[in-house]
Design a protein around this ligand. Structure first.
Ligand code: CP
Ligand code: NVA
Length: 300
């Protein structure tokens, strides 16, 4: 029997497997690997892109998605995360979960007889990173050698992006204020994916020659208590504006996982400007999800 594979972070895949997922994402006639089957999609936090891209990917693979808000099942309140997982696995061929605490998806995966997919935790957003790499590949033809520069908070999105970039052979640079840096455990994990992340304070120097300039909100879901402190630390210097974009390569693109806070981490001019690929990136969430599910559930 094929062993159950989970996807809690991009490096649950090897570099070759990530390349395979990206190829499957572009497959025009996907295999109906979920025909007659369901996928449970559990959300402890709001979502637009992840819910819709996952639901439609499941439909495109012949399956039936069932989305559930965290409060409906009461994770660790009404029932333990483990028993919720065991229950959902009675009906579904796979389980997706968006959680506050990454440890919850780890606990789910530890007991699940079906694949568990992390749909965003405080630590990681692997589905987003796969769609991002797919977008870079579509725009530039290949990812290897691309300089991806992330300006902003070292968070779930940038951590997964750094790991995905390492696996795909891209250069990854992050510019953030002192005091907002990846922990050494994260830097080691990123380095293990194939390339060390370059960590700098100066966004202007970082963006020099970039093929991709990426940012995300400064205050992630669940960090609301830190909002004013973070906005003060990042304001001004770490806003991606046209002047900063002009330091990047002539054919550079701008990416953002969305939702955005125009006027904070990015100006409207850049977010909706000619270099922005945010809608292609958002659409790719669905293609990447389909590629990943085909990989996890398809024939060995
Ligand atoms: N980028 C992303 O995950 O968007 P949602 O939070 O809307 O799903
Ligand atoms: N870093 C953001 C990403 C949202 C898709 C958050 O976790 O809220």
């Amino acid at each position: 029997m094929k062993p159950v594979r989970h996807l809690l972070e991009v490096d649950d895949l090897t570099a070759a497997e990530l390349a395979m997922v990206l190829d499957l994402s572009a497959e025009p006639s996907p295999s109906p690997v979920l025909e007659g089957k369901g996928m449970a999609l559990l959300f402890e936090k709001p979502s637009a892109r992840t819910r819709h891209s996952m639901e439609m990917a499941v439909v495109q693979l012949g399956g039936h998605p069932v989305s559930i808000a965290g409060g409906e099942v009461g994770i660790d309140e009404r029932e333990s995360a483990e028993d919720i997982t065991r229950t959902l696995a009675c009906y579904h061929a796979a389980i997706g979960a968006r959680v506050f605490d990454h440890a919850v998806v780890e606990r789910m995966a530890a007991v699940s007889p079906v694949p568990v997919v992390n749909m965003l935790s405080d630590q990681a957003h692997p589905l987003q990173a796969m769609a991002d790499i797919l977008t870079v590949q579509q725009v530039f033809g290949e990812i290897s050698g691309c300089r991806i520069v992330y300006v902003g908070d070292p968070n779930n999105v940038s951590r997964s992006l750094a790991i995905a970039a390492g696996l795909a052979g891209a250069e990854f640079v992050i510019a953030s204020p002192a005091g907002y840096r990846f922990e050494s455990v994260d830097l080691n994990r990123i380095a293990n994916s194939g390339q060390k992340a370059q960590v700098v304070e100066d966004p202007v120097r970082a963006v020099d020659g970039a093929h991709v300039v990426y940012t995300d909100v400064w205050v992630s879901m669940g960090q609301e208590a830190e909002a004013s402190e973070k906005v003060t630390a990042f304001s001004g210097r770490y806003t991606v504006d046209q002047q900063l974009m002009s330091r990047a390569a002539n054919d550079a693109i701008f990416l953002h996982c969305l939702p955005a806070r125009p006027g904070l981490e990015v100006t409207e001019e850049v977010l909706y400007g000619p270099q922005s690929r945010i809608w292609q990136q958002a659409e790719n969430r669905m293609h990447a999800a389909r590629g990943l599910l085909t990989f996890l559930l398809g024939a060995p």
